[in-house]
Design a binder for this molecule. Sequence first.
Ligand code: HEC
Length: 364
Amino acid sequence: MRARIIGVALIGVFGCSGETQVELTAFGEAFVEEGIEAEAFVDGWSVSFSELVVSVNDVRTSPGGPVSSGGFVVDLSLPSGGDGHPLTRTAVEGDVLQSVHYRLSPPSGEVEGNATAAQVDRLRAEGLAVWAQGTATRDGQIVEFAWGIPADLSFDCDVGTRLSPGTPAGVELTMHGDHLFVDDLEVAPNVAFNEVARADSDGDGLVVPSELAAVPLAGLARYQTGGRTDIDDLWAYVGAAALTMPHVDGEGNCTPRFVPDAYATFETADADPALGAEVYAEQCASCHGAEGNGDGPGGAGMSPRPSDLTNPPPGARAAGYIAFRTARGGAMFPYASAMPAYEDVLDEAELASVVAYVREFSGG
Ligand code: HEC
């Protein structure tokens, strides 16, 4: 209702009709639609996808809000002629579309998109966010892969597209399918398939997750980028690499935010407001600022900068997320920041109290 009234007011003032609209698409790039050629690989393989199905939920724009009541399941391997697959069109008030938020997670409830019912059912039944299937070829050797990747991760993507009434602004959720085959998570990793091909232990020409999980990587620094220490087999690594696929408008940055199982049910019911204020002032204010604006003197010149806790993106609002980030800090993939880890500094009551205190900055 409100949008209508403002729309009418705009027509009155500027004499132009039409509200500002955003057209959302999902695209896997030519790598996914046409295949990854041998030139892109360091080890002579080439890959073609028969399916790259992604399940995207909770899509919101800022300004704006949720773009639909359900989620989208899209097979990015289908040809789109380079335009991407249309998701939805949504009305947004404002001059600039600042960001887009979405969750890569299994389908729940109603879904839209080009995926078949069978593809949606498989993700739903197995709790998967991504299904990747295809063929790698080198010198006449053919190795197939069929991987269902469970994930529940939020992405907050910076957009910055100007909005003008009449012409819908396009925003593309771009999935970099080649990241499934990167050989580490550093800034300029190789695209390679040798390790995956070698994992085919039963020699049947199909590499499945259990075979990748049998390849140990524990302690191999190359796979523990950004201080991550939990990647101990090739399957865990492929899962981590898959979560670096999401981008926006081609190369645009998306910050992943997720709540690990250990924090999923984190409770602040026992929080003590006075204790929360004390812990915050002693431990956090130097960087995040006394009022949580991210402007503390200790954070000056830091890159990335201390977050503004008064205006968190949707993925950063859950108590479990704040608890996880406070406990584990920033020395891990993908954050790579100077935020200290507090798991050995704060006891349970202090952690719950400071989490509740931080949530108050954005209205609880
Ligand atoms: C030495 C500086 C520093 C201190 C001290 C610090 N932080 Fe941070 N914090 C950062 C930086 C830098 C970031 C942004 C990069 C990142 O996400 O790791 C951040 C990010 C966060 C985030 C994630 C926000 C988001 O939008 O994803 C939370 C939550 C947070 N800090 C809470 C706290 C709490 C609670 C304390 C005190 C117990 C604290 N921080 C102490 C530097 C600091």
